[in-house]
Design a protein around this ligand. Structure first.
Ligand code: AMP
Length: 355
């Protein structure tokens, strides 16, 4: 038996009934519902207001039923109903953001994955401690503005979707910086961005083993970020700034990418260390996660962020990817979640994948 994340009482009802995969009608819900349906599980969509009409256009990814709320934060009040129905909540970025990390943490309904990860992911300093402990190469961190000696990206804590980040090629350009809240200063890494979609199963005994279980690489994307992707990054900053145009990193879409095969040993090694360290720190980052980094010209992968749940870039790979096809046909991250849930139930190990 591995590490129990969920109290026994929270998962006991799920032994006698098929779990109902439940998520907010947004982000990667089509993929999550489609994957659950593929595996014969029930589905429930949480809608704010009326159920969105776009599901009518995608009948195979439409949830069986909807729960309509006037606001996401009302979800906690429906905990009893959700428990009775056998709901298992699948967290997504927008779900946690709209509901608020504290209310999400307090939700008395089984959640797929380890909700303790929230505290580590939402705080940039804590996330850095985790990655440093895992000995993962990261962009250099500057203590303060006076220590800057090269290109930097200045990020606010909890900045939503990369808005308001400040870029400077050199200390000279800091004159324009007017902080609007607490921030961190990072080396601006020049290279190519990759967003790697992993899945950690504490139950699995096959594949790429980590200390408890194994990890799988299910896909990879690069985010299209408005308007920075059209501003040719650092080069044009000065002129653009004079023209009153500020860079933002708001994600507008995703494109599939593939990594040089010779970099795979490096990124699997990093991902394994991130997972093993998460087990030591808080019982493990179970389920989907994304390692987000930049490959430099000397082929070093530097990690600037990890997302500890399903990312929207996985929506590219509903029918599989150039990586997941080597594991099983038609294996999306949404379907992988459903498979893990079914296995945990069959082996009576639900408390290891739910919290
Ligand atoms: P984050 O909020 O940390 O995910 O960063 C948002 C976006 O900023 C990323 O998707 C990258 O495009 C960019 N970015 C973040 N950190 C760095 C860095 N150290 N060097 C260069 N670009 C970065």
């Amino acid at each position: 038996m591995g590490i129990a994340l969920a109290p026994a009482a929270r998962v006991s009802a799920l032994r006698d009934r098929t779990p109902v995969v439940t998520t907010l009608c947004s982000h990667s819900s089509l993929q999550i519902f489609y994957g659950a349906r593929h595996e014969g599980l029930g589905t429930l969509g949480i809608a704010v207001g009326k159920p969105p009409r776009f599901y009518e256009a995608f009948p195979l990814a439409r949830p069986d039923r909807f729960l309509s709320l006037s606001k996401v934060t009302d979800l906690g009040r429906h905990a009893n109903t959700l428990q009775r129905e056998g709901a298992v909540v699948i967290p997504t970025g927008s779900f946690v953001e709209y509901m608020g990390p504290e209310a999400f943490d307090a939700l008395d309904v089984p959640v797929f994955g380890n909700r303790k990860v929230l505290a580590w992911e939402s705080d940039r300093e804590k996330e850095r401690q985790w990655l440093e402990k895992a000995e993962v190469p990261m962009p250099r961190k500057y203590r303060d503005l006076s220590s800057i000696d090269g290109p930097v990206i200045i990020k606010y804590h909890g900045a939503k979707g990369g808005k308001g980040f400040f870029l400077a090629k050199s200390p000279k350009e800091l004159g324009d910086f007017r902080p609007t809240g607490p921030y961190v200063i990072q080396e601006y890494v020049v290279g190519t961005r990759y967003y790697l979609h992993f899945f950690y199963s504490p139950l699995s005994e096959d594949g790429y083993r980590v200390r408890h279980g194994s990890i799988e690489l299910l896909g990879m994307d690069r985010r299209d970020e408005a308007n920075i992707d059209e501003l040719y990054k650092l080069g044009a900053q000065e002129g653009l700034r004079q023209a009153g145009i500020r860079p933002t990193f708001v994600v507008t879409g995703n494109v599939p990418v593939i990594l040089r095969e010779s970099l795979l040993p490096q990124v699997f090694d990093l991902a394994a260390r991130i997972v093993d360290t998460s087990v030591d720190l808080f019982g493990g980052m179970v389920g989907p996660f994304c390692v987000e980094g930049i490959v430099t010209e000397d082929l070093q992968f530097k990690v600037f962020e990890i997302s500890t749940r399903i990312v929207a870039g996985t929506n590219l790979f509903i029918s599989g990817s150039s990586y997941s096809d080597f594991i099983a046909p038609h294996l999306s991250t949404g379907r992988r979640i459903a498979l893990e849930l079914k296995r945990a139930r069959a082996e009576d190990r639900l408390s290891e994948v739910l919290s």
